[in-house]
Design a protein around this ligand. Structure first.
Ligand code: SAM
Ligand code: SF4
Ligand code: F3S
Length: 470
């Protein structure tokens, strides 16, 4: 698709603002401010989308509540990555029959990745008749028009056509006030890892213009945000669809030149596209955190090939070695899947041995969940759930020991942290993060929230560090 067809035109966006106005005017005739309850599931990309939905709602005059009972509009922004995520959403949808019965005027909407799946739309159409609006991530920018359609026609609206998806700039965003912000630098995914639903529900990769990303990051830093995470399913392919040879390391270099005190993070990186240049740029930067989330999924070459990951164990280890040499003390995290169809115990143990070899500070570990429509879902999967659980438990045991040991090695050191909020531990009331994104629970006053501080690490366990301001 040509670039000009990807960028959603100013006229089309202006039209959406008119619908926003119409909804606002409709509600202005009422005494009370309308309330929306937006619940988001899934990854940070989805959280960022949820913040844009809230931005559009705010422009329509809505306030927000976390209580579906008191909401005029309830939106579930869903995730389809594993079966468990989908089950939770259907459970929540079921509960909303009660709120709608109490308040028949209530509008219920389902959006996000599940909404883009044909089989979900069909199931909602047939069995969840209290849902008024269903729209996928590709239609997010048209939300004002779709909502207006529901109000005007009082009919159910389904906007789940399999569109390529575009880039809409200038949609308002409601961010959590404070310290950290998310910025999507690209949308979609082209990789079609054989287990994964994301490319089917989020469309093809589209990169935002560098100037748009830079302007947003600058604005956030000027507004006082101290940590900005750049988001994409594979940030290392940022720019492949631009007409120039500008790529992710170029974007990082430009962002790094913005003055101020802040950290830049990014996720996720695909090992097949990570380059030594990326690590060199990180190593030479002022603001890019020495932290890398580099999902490897499996430590076995046969499984990696069946997953369509397009790198080998050896290539992955080589990248990690380069990154560690370029950035001593680099903090590493990763995603892993256990129990891919046809995986044997010996292959799963290759994953465990890779974990032992690399030394990750933390892992996001998943048992394979078949996603209808993906290639892997059609592969024979003879191993029982109990057996996979056994392999998974072994992996966790090794990883937990490793996290605990790496954390223990910080005790006695002084680390720079960003204090990002309050913690639920009365003895250590503050929560903060190191440059490597490790959680440090702190003693200190809430005035420190939003500030960088030097902290002496006094204790540790598998999940967190403990410290005091030094
Ligand atoms: N694009 C990112 C990447 O490639 O690293 C993240 C994609 S996904 C939102 C996050 C993680 O979910 C993946 O890295 C993978 O480990 C896991 N995942 C995706 N599909 C899965 C499935 N069908 N079953 C279990 N885990 C899955
Ligand atoms: Fe899914 Fe692979 Fe794309 Fe990540 S890179 S979103 S795992 S298809
Ligand atoms: Fe994210 Fe889930 Fe969609 S992990 S991209 S919200 S399927």
């Amino acid at each position: 698709m040509e670039r000009k067809d990807v960028l959603i035109s100013a006229e089309a966006l202006a039209r959406q603002r008119k619908f926003q106005e119409r909804v606002r005017e409709m509600y202005e005739t009422r005494q009370a401010r309308p309330l929306a309850c937006v619940e988001t599931f899934g990854c940070q990309q989805n959280v960022a989308d949820g913040q844009r939905i809230m931005g559009m709602l705010e422009a329509m005059g809505f306030g927000f509540t976390q209580e579906p009972r008191e909401a005029d509009l309830v939106i579930l922004n869903t995730c389809a990555v594993r079966e468990h995520a989908e089950k939770r959403v259907f459970g929540n949808l079921g509960l909303l029959t009660h709120t709608k019965r109490e308040n028949p005027e209530q509008v219920i909407a389902l959006c996000g990745c599940m909404a883009q799946e044909e089989r979900t739309a069909k199931r909602v159409k047939e069995s969840y008749r209290h849902v008024d609006l269903v729209f996928g991530p590709q239609a997010l920018w048209k939300f004002p028009e779709l909502l207006w359609q529901v109000y005007e026609t009082r009919k159910r609206v389904f906007s789940t056509a399999d569109e390529h998806g575009g880039i809409a700039e200038g949609i308002p965003v409601v961010r959590e006030r404070g310290v950290k912000a998310w910025v999507s630098i690209m949308y979609g995914c082209n990789n079609f890892c054989s287990y994964c639903i994301v490319p089917y529900v989020r469309g093809r990769e589209r990169s935002r213009e560098p100037s748009a990303v830079l302007a947003e990051v600058r604005e956030l830093i000027e507004a006082g945000y101290k940590e900005i995470t750049l988001l994409g399913q594979n940030v290392n392919s940022y720019g492949n669809d631009l007409d120039t040879d500008y790529r992710f390391p170029d974007l990082l270099e430009e962002i790094d030149r913005i003055p101020g005190e802040f950290w830049i993070r990014f996720m996720s990186s695909h090992p097949k596209d990570a380059t030594p240049r990326l690590f060199d740029v990180m190593a030479n930067s002022q603001h890019i955190a020495r932290q890398l989330h580099l999902p490897f999924q499996s430590g076995n070459n046969r499984v990696l090939e069946a997953m369509n990951r397009r790198y080998t164990r050896e290539k992955y280890l080589e990248l990690i070695q380069y990154a560690k040499n370029a950035m001593p003390g680099l903090v590493l995290t990763s995603d892993v899947i256990i129990g891919f169809p046809g995986e044997t115990e010996a292959e799963a143990m290759d994953t465990v041995s890779l974990v032992e070899e690399v030394g990750f500070n933390a892992l996001f570990t998943f048992i394979y969940s078949p996603r209808p429509g993906t290639k892997a879902a059609a592969m024979p999967d003879p191993v029982s759930r109990e057996e996979k659980q056994r392999w998974f438990d072994k992996l966790l045991e090794v990883q937990n020991a490793q996290s605990a040991a790496l954390h223990a090695a910080y005790v006695g050191r002084t680390l720079r942290v960003l204090v990002d909020g309050q913690s639920d531990d009365p003895e250590y009331p503050l929560s903060s993060r190191t440059e490597g994104n490790r959680l440090v629970r702190l003693q200190g006053s809430p005035d420190l929230i939003g500030q960088f501080a030097d902290v002496e690490i006094t204790g540790s366990n598998t999940w967190a560090l403990y410290g005091r301001i030094s």
